[in-house]
Design a protein. Structure first.
Length: 100
């Protein structure tokens, strides 16, 4: 069974569990997690699941959040097909993230 790893983040005054996924090339957020009326940049790339199924994106956005008081930002593809925040290898590498 694959173990999933989550990072506890604080975003917009709430606590969220962001999935850390080294197999995800681009960080992704479900539109339902975004505040109403948020402006999205046009989608730039197609996303594909591990089984090569296309994941339709509706745009891009950037968010700022904190982890144990330290501030971070993430550029995210936005989709209606995901119900969570996934921090992919793009974010992990940009922040030199490591875990054991």
């Amino acid at each position: 069974m694959k173990k999933m790893t989550y990072l506890n983040i604080h975003w917009r005054g709430k606590q969220y569990n962001a999935l850390l996924d080294t197999g995800c090339e681009v960080s992704v957020v479900g539109k339902r997690l975004l505040p109403p009326g948020v402006e999205l940049s046009p989608p730039t790339n197609d996303l594909y699941a591990a089984n090569r199924t296309k994941i339709p994106t509706i745009g891009h956005t950037s968010i700022s959040f904190s982890v144990y008081g330290k501030k971070y930002t993430a550029d995210l593809a936005v989709t209606n097909t995901v119900d969570e925040l996934i921090l992919g290898i793009d974010w992990l590498m940009a922040n030199a993230a490591q875990w054991d």
